[in-house]
Design a protein around this ligand. Structure first.
Ligand code: COA
Length: 300
């Protein structure tokens, strides 16, 4: 396209229809695997559009949630632009804004210049998007692998289950405790804020907590789909990992699904997450062969 009046500006809620249209009809769409839809982020900082005389031709959303982690939740552009024509001005605008966020005392990562260090990240499923990230200095951080369970319950020694450990359905009141657990168990990049967990909980087919002596020790949140379920979140407090709590939660989930004739369960995990890979493989999951690269760029 011969650039005429192309301009980048923050997105507003009034842009909803035009962005939705781009998402519906354009081929070049990167959409983060997320508990929120890309349009739900409108109104958050670091959501940008590029327009030509009022017509939106591209959008980029990278809001921080949790603080200091900005996943690229949306990048989409019109066929009238090349990927680089759309990406470069949007990313340069976002990069500059994110790299100058002042550090605040309650955040633990600060650059020598006194600004907040923010990790911008993306799970780049499509090759055209991977190319853009690589040319903009993003580096491969990790791979995500997909595993699948097809309904056979694994015989495991239930005596190894901790005495007194109970699995029960998660309740809305559990969310603050579950969020604290999530922040303890996951590295910063993979943490879910309480708001994100609330969204996950509201979309769950089956969400449970493992409780011992009145305290939540582990939790899982699974969603449903036509062929079964997807284990979206599983975590155990660090100080009680390795005591069979993860296994108890997964086993209970599999039994629950099987009783409802849902015998397919998928899960994504990091290719270098030994604990989860061992757990899933012991519980009868097998790798599907799908691998998705995670790219990151540190700003600040
Ligand atoms: C992954 C996780 C949920 C496992 O829960 P857990 O309660 O610690 O796991 P369990 O004690 O039930 O262990 C299940 C199996 O995995 C093995 N395992 C657990 N942690 C391990 C580790 N760090 N290294 C090697 N094996 C490990 C156990 O030996 C056990 O196998 P076994 O019974 O044959 O010995 C927990 O480590 C965690 O919360 N990690 C951080 C969050 C995370 O990565 N979640 C999964 C992302 S998809």
């Amino acid at each position: 396209m011969i650039a005429t009046d192309l301009a980048v500006r923050p997105a507003t809620r009034a842009d909803q229809h035009q962005i939705a249209e781009l998402m519906d009809f354009e081929e070049h769409l990167h959409r983060h695997l997320d508990w929120r839809a890309p349009l739900d982020w409108l109104g958050w900082p670091h959501y940008w559009v590029m327009e030509d005389r009022g017509r939106i031709l591209a959008a980029l959303a990278c809001p921080q949630d949790p603080p200091q982690v900005a996943w690229i939740r949306l990048f989409v552009h019109s066929i009238l632009l090349t990927p680089a024509e759309a990406w470069t001005p949007l990313w340069e605008t976002a990069r500059e804004a994110i790299a100058s966020i002042p550090a605040t005392l309650d955040l633990d990562r600060e650059s020598p210049q006194g600004v907040s260090v923010v990790t911008v990240a993306a799970i780049a499923v499509k090759p055209w998007f991977r190319t853009l990230l690589e040319t903009s200095g993003f580096v491969l951080h990790q791979n995500i692998v997909l595993l699948e369970w097809q309904g056979s319950l694994v015989n495991w020694d239930h005596r190894s289950r901790q005495d007194g450990l109970q699995v029960r359905r998660m309740a809305r009141q559990d969310l603050p405790e579950v969020a604290a657990l999530d922040a303890d168990a996951f590295d910063l990049l993979w943490r879910n804020s309480q708001e994100a967990l609330q969204k996950a909980f509201s979309q769950a087919l089956y969400a449970t907590v493992a409780v011992l002596d009145g305290r939540i020790r582990g939790y899982q949140i699974s969603t449903g789909n036509i062929s079964g379920g997807h284990l979206g979140r599983l975590a155990v407090w660090r100080d009680v990992q390795g005591h069979g709590i993860g296994r108890t939660l997964v086993s209970d989930l599999q039994t629950w699904l099987q009783a409802r004739h849902l015998d397919r369960l998928t899960v994504n995990t990091q290719a270098d997450n030994a604990a989860s890979l061992i757990l899933y493989q012991r519980m009868g999951f097998i790798k599907t062969g799908d691998v998705f690269p995670v790219y990151t760029s540190e700003l600040g």
